[in-house]
Design a binder for this molecule. Structure first.
Ligand code: TRP
Ligand code: ZN
Length: 458
């Protein structure tokens, strides 16, 4: 795909529309058996194509039902279909694979991929490179697809994934052990880094938001027990049930600020506190390490609009994910009688709490793949949005906040798309300030988005 930060991720020549994953996991041994059925369209004539797969062994590959030759080179699975694929042709590739899925360490030292959890299960986290650790695919956010994920685990455990649960069934394994299969469906396009599966002893709960959106939450029994003792959170998140009970309010507030929720269900997965080093906005069900506080939930649910529905074209555009999700936290405080976004902005500018490293680089130009998730991407990214608000005024800004995710709903966008969108909205506003606004916005892009160092004017 030629990503500027992760050049080896993803592959050109085809565009995936659907992944059908059938997984069978044995938590005691850590072994996974999988089958991936990948429906794609060739965007050029192809005699061979690549999928990303790391640490697992492909056992058999077919294309269009016919056996295909294949080999692996590093983290690439190279497939040679028996017949060349025509440009525009839709083709179905089936990969049977197996092995012990691995944890991948990112350039910045964080861990992702397949993580074994303290409750005896496992969780898959994919940002930015982890999804190749559990299924073969075109692992770059620019190629989004629908998913059906079916996971079989020993009876008594649950397997939770993105989207909606379509059914469960009981089977017996060859060895006679009872097993349960969970079938999950995600109709809306999903970038592969947002796909997840969480396996373990989960307490699950289903209910609905006020607007009728189905909610499915899964809390690892380790955390559920922990929570009832009274975890210290903020705003009354004393246990997981109390924390997750805020989902309907958070989503209702976000729908007012960002427009309609972009997916057909919502929820959360709470793994053990030490099972993951960070939360992740996995589509429809963010993963939280331990009982989340309200701010963190606001952040991860904001990503459902900013990142998951409007996805980055490349990993350079990460500030469009993290800047918006951070600004959502600021706005939540503002709307709930806490600090205004202006106060938060001023405190960061003055060097207050959380501002360490914020001037290290401009948010649209991280110095390398190990810095894509650093403070400037989050906090200075949010400051860019606040500067836009100052220039265009609240009315236009809140129109942009709803219009951007509506215009790029289920699509991909980059920094240039954002600049063009904001300038158009500011221009369309008409009125007295029309002429200067372009100039003021240019100053925001130059100093705040792309300029090195701390901008002179707050
Ligand atoms: N995107 C996550 C969030 O802020 C954080 C995250 C995911 C992350 N993967 C990471 C941070 C890898 C550092 C490294 O919601
Ligand atoms: Zn985030």
């Amino acid at each position: 795909m030629g990503d500027p930060y992760f050049p080896k991720l993803g592959n050109g020549g085809y565009d995936v529309s659907h992944y059908g994953l059938t997984l069978d996991y044995e938590p005691d041994s850590g072994r996974l058996k999988g089958e991936a059925v990948i429906t794609a369209r060739a965007t050029q004539e192809l005699s061979a194509f690549h999928l990303d797969l790391a640490g697992l062994k492909p056992d058999k590959v077919t294309v269009g039902g016919k056996g295909a030759r294949f080999n692996t080179v590093g983290r690439e699975l190279v497939v040679r279909p028996p017949d060349d694929l025509d440009k525009g042709e839709t083709f179905r590739t089936t990969v049977r694979y197996s092995g012990t899925p691995q944890t991948i360490t990112d350039p910045d030292g964080s861990e992702e991929g397949w993580l074994r959890t303290a409750d005896g299960g496992a969780v898959a986290l994919g940002e930015p490179t982890g999804s190749m650790a559990w299924f073969p695919g075109n692992h770059h956010p620019s190629d989004k697809a629908a998913y059906d994920i079916e996971v079989t685990v020993p009876k008594g455990l649950k397997a939770v994934s993105n989207g909606e649960l379509k059914g469960t069934r009981e089977t017996k394994s060859g060895g006679g052990g009872r097993r349960t299969t969970f079938r999950w469906h995600s109709a809306e396009p999903m970038a592969s880094y947002l796909a997840t599966v969480a396996i373990g002893p989960y307490e699950t709960k289903t209910w609905k938001t006020k607007s009728g959106l189905p909610i499915y939450t899964a809390v690892s029994v380790s955390e559920a027990a922990e929570g009832t003792e009274g975890t210290e959170g903020t705003e009354g998140t004393e246990d997981s049930a109390g924390a997750l009970a805020q989902i309907p309010d958070i989503i209702a507030w976000q729908e007012r600020r960002f427009g309609p929720y972009p997916f057909s269900s919502v929820g959360a997965i709470v793994v053990g506190e030490d099972d993951a080093g960070y939360a992740l906005e996995t589509q429809t069900k963010p993963v939280f390490p331990g009982v989340p506080d309200t701010e963190l939930m606001v952040h991860e649910f904001a990503h459902q609009w900013f990142g998951n529905s409007v996805s980055p074209k490349t990993w350079q555009d990460m500030w469009l994910n993290e800047g918006f999700a951070t600004y959502a936290e600021w706005l939540w405080a503002e709307d709930r009688g806490g600090d205004s976004a202006q106060e938060t902005f001023d405190a960061v500018y003055a060097g207050g709490e959380g501002s360490g490293g914020v001037w290290a680089f401009p948010p649209a130009k991280p110095p390398g793949p190990d810095r894509v998730f650093d403070t400037p991407v989050y906090v200075r990214g949010a400051m860019v949005l606040h500067k836009v608000r100052q220039v265009v005024g609240d009315d236009a800004f809140f129109r942009i906040l709803r219009g951007w995710p509506s215009t790029y709903r289920h699509a991909n966008a980059d920094t240039d798309d954002f600049i063009a969108y904001v300038e158009k909205q500011a221009g369309d506003k008409g009125g007295d300030k029309g002429g200067d606004e372009g100039g003021d916005l240019d100053a925001v892009w130059d100093a705040w988005l792309r300029g090195e160092g701390k901008p002179k004017q707050p």
